[in-house]
Write a protein that binds this ligand. Structure first.
Ligand code: CO
Ligand code: ZN
Length: 330
């Protein structure tokens, strides 16, 4: 699984520009699906047919990642940019971004009066080492992403884009390990989650599932002076109760808890103050769909160095397998 995680996290794929990561995921799931398709927005939908008597279940992990988009190039070839998704200027200075054509840029800042202050986005620029505007290998509208290799340090993993390539890796692993179940399972690798859950809107409408579960990262309360939150790294996957945009369906939530207990997997209950997942859009699709979330505790979300615990990842796979083998009645 580590090899899959490495490939997924190191692949380029910002919101709206997911062609490359989609191709990589398709390579992993193509042989494991009965049907596979890509919808108009770019969502990758892999269907595993059930043996009958079950429900239509949608499992979603978003394949897009946050990034920056070039909106101006000056005469000297320095780029100005705005953000694609939740990018904080605090994470940018001195960091490197990679464009789809492989060009690497360094983020620099203008001189500021107050040297202690974080430079705001409009004081930052990207230097791709161009001689001038004419020789700049990047153009307006190109999107860059953080670039970092996966680090495996004991059970802790560090990478960019664990949000939500770790969810994609978990879905791939579930597809590999799961025997036939009664339910029709739609494994959906969604696009444009980071800019407003857009891929989840269209894919859920198209599939019209009876049960929907998103797999995504959540924040933790276990770092120095962290906001109070009862989620820690390594204490099990988190089952969402509430986030900024949804309350999980009580039936789905309880079924996920039961699945964890049955699988002998530790779990945590998640109440997240800021942020949300594809499940918020899935839940409000059509006439409403019972939805829940399995969250992977993750430190430093939306920075180039996100950290998860591999045990939580493996336990999320077990939890989902247990959930999908249960009748899903409430
Ligand atoms: Co995110
Ligand atoms: Zn996410």
């Amino acid at each position: 699984m580590i090899e899959i995680i490495k490939t997924l996290t190191e692949t380029y794929g910002p919101s709206g520009n997911e062609a490359r990561i989609r191709k990589v995921i398709k390579g992993f799931v193509g042989k494991l699906a009965d049907e596979i398709k890509v919808d108009a927005l770019g969502n990758l939908i892999a269907l595993r047919k059930g043996k009958g008597g079950g429900k239509k279940v949608m499992l979603a992990a978003h394949m897009d990642e946050i990034g920056i988009i070039v909106n101006h190039i000056d005469e000297k070839g320095f780029l100005r940019f705005s953000k694609v998704g939740g990018v904080s200027p605090r994470t940018l200075l001195g960091n490197r971004v990679e464009f789809e054509n492989g060009v690497i840029g360094v983020i620099g800042a203008e001189k500021m009066e107050d040297k202690e202050k974080t430079p705001p986005l409009d004081k930052l620029f990207i230097d791709v080492g161009a001689e001038d505007k004419e020789h700049c290998p990047v153009k307006i509208g190109d999107i860059g992403v953080f670039t970092r290799p996966l680090v495996v340090q004991g059970e802790r993993l560090i990478a960019k884009a664990f949000d939500d390539r770790i969810g994609c890796a978990i879905l791939i692993q579930v597809m590999q390990e799961l025997d036939e179940v009664p339910h029709d399972l739609y494994f959906v690798f969604t696009v444009q989650e980071e800019i407003g859950l857009r891929g989840a809107v269209t894919s859920t409408y198209g599939i019209a599932p009876q049960v929907a579960v998103a797999i995504d990262v959540t924040r933790t309360g276990d770092t120095p002076e962290a906001p109070k939150m009862a989620v820690s790294l390594g204490k099990g996957p988190a089952i969402k109760v509430k986030d900024a945009r949804m309350l999980s369906h009580p039936g789905v939530r309880e079924a996920l808890i039961k699945a964890a207990v049955q699988a002998g997997v530790p779990y945590q209950l998640e109440v997240l103050e800021g942020g949300t997942t594809d499940a918020a859009a899935m839940q409000l699709s059509r006439e409403g769909i019972p939805a829940g979330v399995v969250s992977i505790p993750c430190r430093y979300v939306h920075t180039p160095s996100e950290m998860v615990d591999f045990n939580d990842v493996k336990n999320a796979v077990k939890l989902l397998k247990s959930f999908l083998t249960s009748p899903l009645d409430w």
